[in-house]
Structures are given as structure tokens and as C-alpha cells.
Design a protein around this ligand. Structure first.
Ligand SMILES: [Zn+2]
Length: 530
């Protein structure tokens, strides 16, 4: 294994995940700069403990707000009360049957509304109506929303008169005291530690997605993975550079990436390589086009900058690995990231080309902008070599899925009904919706109908574009023989995240930019269901 040093490289950055707030679980003791009281509908007086440590005058002010009409606990309403020494924020939670989503969203929206100018010591007190599961979701929402990607903004600008001014506290991290009665404290401590670990993975995925394409290109991703894995016994990483791809015959990756001076690569991750020996474990595959111009089938200019997000499948893969390690997951998990930059040049692949792939099947290239499926063809075939329990790929694959589902849901295709149900359930629990879509025979027929190759990389027309893309991928999911001698495909699911990886304006966890979509879904799927 060699590591080509790229002359365009800037110094490799440590992939340390973005800072997550400091937090601790306590009884109802000291109050920080800000006191947050999330309250359910129907409170007319502050619950026991909610106001402990406050002066008589401060208590009276809060109770006045609660008895009057100023605050009724209505969902989504917040009331800020300024008292000497402490800002008190009442957060309306609606009925005490509040859903998981509304608890997580309430925490996220609160975090978005807080400003460091008021101080960074925040006390959140949970009293009547709260159980530890709901408390965890509220604080998790705060953790997830506590994210910024401002590394390319000069310091002077950051501390200026912007919307989150307050030069003094700008570089401080939030320090959150989570206060609850004694019987909740131990379980809260454990569940919040897990939330913080998962959040570090989500934030890493968001960082990778948000990185400009001149900084984050295929071998830079590889370098960051290696820096992350170094000294971590739970992680094994292998990098297939351009030379190795050629040795292996990975024509999908090679052809998509060869038009760029920044050559493609494949990254193989294994978490806990020695665990679960002899058992089948999951393999997750991510599309990582660090920039997609469309290649010779050049995209129109408008919005092309967004094609830096075309590597979000690979971003989610790396973020998921971080989340699994940070939460101490002991099982073995494999993952593959397929990285390339799709550029037009004299060396680029063309429409009309027939390209070989790792599987041995050939692809007729009808449009060089349908490149994600070409790199995944190699990734899916490689995944089969791990003899996995299942394969899940993530890809910002088609505009067609955004037409179908908007920015509200990921498209989910699978050759295995049970796997599909489990992924959808995990997505629902995390409010990262994965919506089942059909893998019809007719779509497969369309994609295998090339006159001069095994598979064509474009459907015959524009209709059902996300479904024909999924049908293409299915051609590269390996079969295996099971006990009874019957051959069948490895259980596989495809997540088209083109609508959910960025631009998700209704996602309360995200202000803008990359979303880190499905790090949480897959963490849940792998760690909580079998
Ligand atoms: Zn493309």
C-alpha cells in the first residue's frame, strides 16, 4: 500500500470531530447564566424544584408568567425572562405525551435560540412529566444543533457584529448542567454519553460534507481516515490508491476519477476486526464524489457548487465509524468508501465508452454524470468479499429522488423485505425518514438492455430515474450459496440521500449545509437491532 502525496495537498487536517458541548448530570443545585425550564402544557405554577436556588423575587417573576397568559406550555412557544444574574427561558412542550421528535426538536430549537453573549453556563431543569428517555432526546437535540462550520472565516469576522456576536464568549463551548431528580441521574448519564458519542459522528460527517472541494478530495479523505485510525486499536483501515485500484481492476472508480488530477481511491474500514469471528456482520458502502461536475456530460452552472456534497455517502460512512467507536460498540462492522472527483478533461471517460468493473460486468456509459453508480458498482462487489450479513449503500445518487420525496425523506430500495422494514423503523426512531421505493423487474430490464455491454448507466428516458438507478446497483450485489445449495443475493439496501444530505430546511438539527444524514439511523440499526 502506498500513499501518493498529492502536490496540491494542503497540510492534512486532523479529523477531530467538532466540539460537542460539555455536559454533566446533577441534582437541582446551582443555576448558571441561563436557566431553561422545559414545561408541559397546563402548568400554572412552577413545579417542585424548578426554581430552587433562585431568589424570592426571581421565583415570583416566573410564577407570574405561569399564572398569566404569557406562557401556557404550548408546543413551540418560548418565553425569556430577564432577572438579575440569570436569564430564565421557559420552553413550551405541549402535552405530556410529547413525541420523541418534538422533544429532540425542542432541544435543537432552544440551542439555536441561545446566544453566547448571555453566558455559556446553561442549566436545564427537568421536572414534572419528564422521564429519562425524553430528557435524553431534548439534550441530544441541543448537542446535535451545537454545530458550526466556520473554519474558513477569519477570526475578526467571526467575532464581529454578526448574529451571534459577543466576542468574549464566542470561542467558549457551552457548558450544560442537566438537572433532574436522583432516580433519573444514572440512566441519564449513560444515555447522554451515548448521545454525545453519536453526535460526534454526525458532526464529523457534516464537517466532511461541508468541506470545500479544493480542500477535500479523494486522497485527502484517505489521509483523514488514516489520521483518525492511528493509535486506535478498535479500528483497521486500508487505502486502495490509484495504483492499487488498477491492480484490482476497479474500472468503475478508475474511469470516473481518471479525468481529475486528484485520483480516485477506495477506503476499507473495519471496526473491532477481531470481534464476532465466524459471524456475518454488516458492511456499509458510501458514494464519495468529492466534486461532481458531471464530467464530459457537464452539468449546468447554476447550483453546481452544491456538488461538493456529492460525497455525503462517504461522509456518513466515516461519521458512522466515529459514532460506533465513540460509543464503545464492541461488534465488528465493515465499511467501504468509494472516492473520486468527476472532472471533464482530455483524460476523462466519455459517453459511449464501455468500461469494465471489479465484478467482471461491463457498463455502457451513456452519461458521465451518472457516475455514482459506476463507483458503487465496485464498492458493492467488494462488499460481497466480506460475506456480510447485509450491505447498505448510501449515495447522493439522483435528482429524481428529490423530485419524488423532496428534502423530507431518503429513498429506500432493498432486495430484502425484512432489512427494509428494519431500516425504515430505525430511521423513524431517529426522525431520519427512509421511505420504501420499488425495485421492479421492469427497471432492471431497462438497465440491462444495453446492446453492447452488460449494463447501461442510464435508463431509456427520464421517468423513474431514482428507481432505474437502484435497479442498476442491484446488478452489482453479489450472490452467495447458502446451506441448502441455493444461490441468492446478499441482503442489500440502497439509500438515495440526494434530497436529505443537504438543503433540508425543515430539519431542526441543522441550520444549513451538510446534514450528517443517517449516521444516527445506521448507528441504531447496527447497535440496537439484530
Ligand atoms: Zn453526477
Amino acid at each position: 500500500m502506498t500513499f501518493a502525496s498529492d502536490s496540491l495537498n494542503t497540510a492534512t487536517e486532523s479529523p477531530t470531530p467538532a466540539i460537542v458541548m460539555e455536559w454533566s448530570v446533577n441534582g437541582f443545585d446551582d443555576v448558571g447564566d441561563v436557566l431553561v425550564l422545559p414545561l408541559f402544557k397546563g402548568v400554572e405554577k412552577a413545579p417542585n424544584n424548578a426554581l430552587s436556588g433562585l431568589s424570592r423575587a426571581q421565583r415570583a417573576t416566573v410564577n407570574e408568567a405561569l399564572t398569566g397568559d404569557a406562557f401556557t406550555g404550548k408546543k413551540g412557544k418560548r418565553l425569556s425572562i430577564w432577572t438579575p444574574g440569570c436569564r430564565i427561558v421557559l420552553v413550551g412542550m405541549g402535552n405530556s405525551s410529547a413525541s420523541d421528535k418534538s422533544c429532540r426538536d425542542a432541544g435543537a430549537k432552544l440551542m439555536a435560540a441561545l446566544t453566547k453573549r448571555d453566558g455559556t453556563a446553561v442549566t436545564v431543569r427537568f421536572t414534572t412529566g419528564w422521564n429519562s428517555a425524553k430528557m435524553t432526546l431534548f439534550i441530544e437535540g441541543m448537542m446535535l444543533r451545537d454545530y458550526k462550520f466556520d473554519k474558513y472565516i477569519s477570526k475578526d469576522d467571526k467575532n464581529g457584529e454578526g448574529n451571534d456576536g459577543g466576542a468574549d464568549n464566542q470561542d467558549k463551548i457551552w457548558n450544560v448542567s442537566v438537572q433532574a431528580s436522583a432516580r433519573h441521574q444514572e440512566s441519564l448519564n449513560n444515555s447522554l454519553a451515548s448521545s454525545a458519542g453519536i453526535t460526534s459522528g454526525v458532526h464529523l460527517a457534516r464537517d466532511l460534507g461541508n468541506e470545500p472541494p479544493n480542500y477535500l478530495y479523494p486522497m485527502e479523505y484517505a489521509d483523514r481516515v488514516q489520521a483518525w485510525a492511528k493509535g486506535n486499536g478498535a479500528v483497521e483501515v486500508e487505502v486502495y490508491d490509484y495504483e492499487k485500484l488498477q491492480k484490482e481492476g476497479m474500472g468503475g472508480l478508475i474511469n470516473v476519477g481518471k479525468g481529475s488530477v486528484r485520483k480516485p481511491c477506495m477506503i476499507l474500514f473495519t471496526i473491532n476486526p477481531k470481534a464476532d469471528s465466524g459471524e456475518r456482520v454488516p458492511c456499509i458502502v458510501g458514494k464519495g464524489i468529492t466534486f461532481d461536475t458531471g464530467g464530459i456530460s457537464l452539468k449546468p452552472g447554476a447550483g453546481m457548487d452544491e456538488m461538493k456534497y456529492d460525497m455525503h455517502g462517504a461522509a456518513t460512512v466515516f461519521g458512522l465509524m466515529q459514532a460506533l467507536v465513540a460509543t464503545g460498540w464492541k461488534g465488528r462492522v465493515n465499511a467501504i468508501a468509494c472516492l473520486a472527483e468527476n472532472m471533464p478533461s482530455a483524460e476523462a471517460y466519455r459517453p459511449g465508452d464501455v468500461i469494465p468493473t471489479y465484478s467482471g460486468k461491463t457498463i455502457e456509459v451513456l452519461n458521465t454524470d451518472a457516475e455514482g453508480r459506476n463507483v458503487l458498482a465496485d464498492g458493492l462487489w467488494k462488499a460481497g468479499e466480506f460475506d456480510p450479513s447485509y450491505i447498505i449503500d448510501l449515495a447522493t445518487l439522483t435528482g429524481a429522488v428529490v423530485v419524488a420525496l423532496g428534502h423530507e425523506a431518503t429513498g429506500l430500495w432493498s432486495n430484502d423485505g425484512e432489512l427494509s422494514v428494519r431500516i425504515a423503523a430505525a430511521g423513524d426512531a431517529e426522525d431520519e425518514i427512509a421511505w420504501p421505493m420499488p425495485l421492479l423487474k421492469a427497471f432492471e430490464k431497462e438497465m440491462t438492455g444495453s446492446k453492447i455491454a452488460d449494463v447501461r448507466n442510464l435508463g431509456k428516458g427520464r421517468w423513474g430515474g431514482s428507481c432505474t438507478a437502484a435497479a442498476f446497483l442491484k446488478q452489482f450485489v453479489p450472490e452467495r450459496q447458502d446451506g441448502d445449495g441455493k444461490k441468492s443475493q446478499i441482503p442489500w439496501a440502497h439509500l438515495d440521500i440526494a434530497g436529505t444530505a443537504w438543503g433540508a430546511s425543515t430539519n431542526a438539527m441543522v441550520a444549513h449545509g451538510a446534514t450528517g444524514i443517517h449516521v444516527r439511523t445506521l448507528h441504531r440499526l447496527i447497535t440496537q437491532s439484530n
